[in-house]
Design a protein around this ligand. Structure first.
Ligand SMILES: [Fe+2]
Length: 714
């Protein structure tokens, strides 16, 4: 079991050293930095969707940002973002920045303080005993070993001593030990990963920032609002589930906070799992909602409530109870067996029935109602009518639209990387907002192309390496438009990659929304995904209200609008079953090439709208490198690839791209990513901690017996 206690392999020193040697400018010592532009590196580690961002300390501008999943091909990757950090160091070297600050998106000590303290006090139900025991546990936290019931070490011995000192009963110990195991070990691992970050950026100050403050900073900093209500809703941070801040010239002031397990994100995830999906599939539930009616609303709506204090509470009833997650001690709410009356849990391979769509519609409506009520209360508390939103639940476009159209706010801004990937940028912006010698906040963010940008030469080399026949049309945008007007499907790879979950024209598959069957063609031929999933329209900003009930910008596809009658008729493929569309508005300032492409389409067809879906196979991450784009194009049933300024036709290269099976394609892609060799640091996954987190009921019983617990006490 020794290797389980090993937080990181020994090779990590070598890997860290090699990054420092490759990018010396990024790691200049303080006396050599004067006169050079300074940057802060934000690190989104310790949660899911890990990432890194390089941000100018002088202006707050993002120089580079990327989620680890784009480099590892592991969706929602929660491992240490060593690949993303290395790319940020490379960007610093290339752009002439030197790194002088580090900010991390999570606070390990706050995590254990907020979570374990609460758990101990609930179980011991006696202030003096619970406070005493918690103080002892915190005392031993710094420099502690892991706590494992299967093996004695110094920490286990100390904890056992304290259980005796505080006269913990057998029943209390039975509840306490799984929680201690989970929270204590997680916090130790978080802290040790923090030490790795310190070691990597030797000598630089590392600031660990509350997770929700990072989300809030990402939204407020780029909102363009001078003063704002900032609303963060996600699964949870250290223990926080909803946070409301007032943002103004002084930075961010916390106004209200809800805590675990009262979590809208966890509620939506529980529903997502009830429907046979998993974490990260929440958007599928949102897609399903359009095909159902909220028929279970009266039975389920009482499960979530928002008080006058803007605090969210999940409420237990016969369908919904708080209990332990098996093995971990991390408590949360669950749907009960009694839900079977209303709707039984769907297994992932079972067919969808109408009742599943109705359940999705119910959960969606509950979430929208809660979002609107939180926004209303938040605005009342802060007195500011402009709202900036972040946190994973902020990706729920229908909820955002419900807030926008509820009349509770004037303007709304949602950070494009609203989920945890955005907290690397958020950590850097939180640090900047905390500094009082502040820079002027920038105008509203309207584009987020912060990632990998292949040069023309790199693209050409990749095309040649793949032995692909290609051409350089006079205007690549015209070539794309001509193909789209002709009903063809075009993969577009251009410029820097988007930051956040959506492809916004640079790593996109484009098609013609006027073709009635294009949605089915794309789902069947290209994306191989559930037929209820909608496709989004990208529309010229100035024409958006010709087709949709919206006349505001939506550059990141995070607002959903009702389609007008004209849209139902003219662009049927992007109108969802409930008559809505997840709109992206496009301006030349945002993306010159993408705007020009849609403009050309308009000249040819009269319609300034294209279908824009991400350039990936269902379940895979979005393509990142040119060769990956070429190989993915080869596998996917797409007619053309427009890569940089080059044009590739599938027909002309038919012999180069013989049909391969899905598994063969995935195998190739896996191999491509394996070659990046992100190990061993990328293996740092907080949950991969073996028996220190997880043990059986039998082991727990044996342990309790070994400690000599009787019913009365130790
Ligand atoms: Fe989060």
């Amino acid at each position: 079991m020794e290797e389980n206690r090993q937080i990181y392999p020994e090779q990590f020193k070598f890997q860290i050293q090699s990054i420092k040697e490759k990018y010396p400018q990024a790691f200049l010592p303080s006396d050599a930095r004067s006169g050079l532009p300074q940057a802060i590196i934000g690190i989104g580690a310790l949660t899911h969707d890990t990432s890194a961002a390089l941000v100018s300390l002088e202006t707050g501008k993002v120089i580079y940002a990327v989620a680890e999943e784009r480099l590892s091909n592991v969706k929602h990757d929660s491992r240490f973002p060593i690949g993303a950090i290395e790319q940020c160091c490379q960007a610093a070297e290339k752009e002439g920045f030197t790194i002088s600050q580090v900010a991390v998106n999570f606070h390990a000590v706050e995590f254990i303080t907020k979570t374990l303290k609460n758990e101990i006090s609930v179980i011991l139900n006696d202030a003096s005993r619970s406070e005493g025991l918690f103080a002892k546990v915190i005392d031993m936290f710094d420099g502690a070993d892991s706590y494992c019931i299967g093996e004695r070490n110094q920490t286990s011995t100390k904890i056992e001593e304290e259980l005796r000192n505080y006269h913990v009963t057998k029943e209390e110990a039975r509840q306490l030990i799984p929680r201690l195991t989970w929270y204590f070990n997680a916090a130790i691992k978080y802290q040790k990963i923090g030490n790795i970050i310190s070691e990597l950026f030797n000598g630089l100050p590392v600031t660990f920032i509350n997770h929700h403050e990072c989300h809030a900073a990402s939204a407020f900093f780029d909102s363009g609002f001078k003063d704002a209500t900032v609303l963060v809703i996600d699964g949870h941070g250290e223990a926080d589930t909803v946070s409301i801040y007032k943002g103004d010239s002084k930075g961010l002031t916390l106004v209200s906070q809800s805590t675990w397990p009262h979590s809208a994100g966890a509620f939506y995830l529980a529903a997502t799992r009830h429907l046979g999906f998993d974490h990260g599939d929440e958007y599928k539930v949102m897609g399903m909602a359009a095909y159902g009616q909220p028929k279970l609303f009266s039975e389920l709506a009482g499960m979530m409530d928002v008080g006058e204090d803007a605090v969210l509470r999940l409420v237990q009833n016969e369908y919904f109870v708080r209990r332990d997650v098996a093995k971990t001690g991390h408590t949360r709410f669950h749907f009960t067996e009694a839900m079977g009356h209303l709707i039984a849990a769907r297994k992932s391979d079972e067919p969808f029935e109408q009742k599943h769509f109705d359940f999705a519609a119910t959960v969606q409506k509950i979430t929208e109602d809660i979002g609107v009520r939180l926004a209303q209360r938040a605005v009342e508390l802060t007195g500011e009518r402009n709202i900036a939103i972040a946190g994973g639940v902020g990706l729920n476009g229908l909820m955002n639209e419900a807030i926008r159209s509820s009349g509770s706010c004037d303007e709304i801004f949602i950070y494009p990387a609203a989920s945890d990937d955005g907290t690397s940028v958020g950590a850097a912006h939180a640090y900047i907002l905390r500094s009082k010698d502040i820079i002027k906040k920038p105008n509203r963010l309207r584009s987020c192309y912060f990632g990998h940008n292949a040069t023309d030469e790199e693209i050409k080399n990749a095309l040649n390496a793949a032995k692909v026949k290609f051409s350089s049309p006079d205007s690549i945008n015209k070539a794309i438009a001509l193909a789209l007007a002709d009903g063809k499907i075009v993969a577009r790879y251009n410029g820097p990659a988007e930051f956040g979950p959506r492809a916004l024209g640079n790593r996109s598959i484009l098609a013609n929304p006027a073709k009635k069957d294009m949605k089915d063609i794309l789902n069947l031929r290209v994306k191989h995904r559930e037929e209820f999933r909608p496709f989004a329209p990208a529309c010229l900003r100035e024409k958006v209200d010709n087709y949709f009930e919206i006349n505001t910008e939506s550059p990141f596809m995070l607002l959903i609008a009702k389609a007008k009658k004209s849209a139902h008729k003219l662009i049927p493929s992007v109108v969802h079953a409930d008559g809505t569309a997840r709109v992206q508005t496009v301006t030349p300032e945002q993306n010159e090439d993408f705007y020009a492409t849609i403009k050309e389409v308009e000249k040819l067809t009269g319609i300034p709208v294209v279908i824009n879906t991400s350039f990936n196979v269902n379940g895979e991450t979005i393509v990142d490198e040119p060769l990956d784009a070429i190989e993915s194009f080869g596998f996917m049933d797409i007619d053309f690839l427009a890569i940089g300024k080059y044009w590739v036709s599938k027909v002309e290269n038919a012999s180069l791209f013989p049909p391969i099976t899905h598994d063969e394609y995935l195998g190739k892609r896996k191999e491509r990513y394996r070659r990046k060799n992100l190990d061993p640091l990328s293996e740092l996954n907080v949950r991969a901690y073996g028996p220190w987190f997880f043990f059986s009921e039998q082991k727990l019983n044996e342990y309790l017996a070994s400690l000599g617990f009787s019913q009365e006490g130790a």
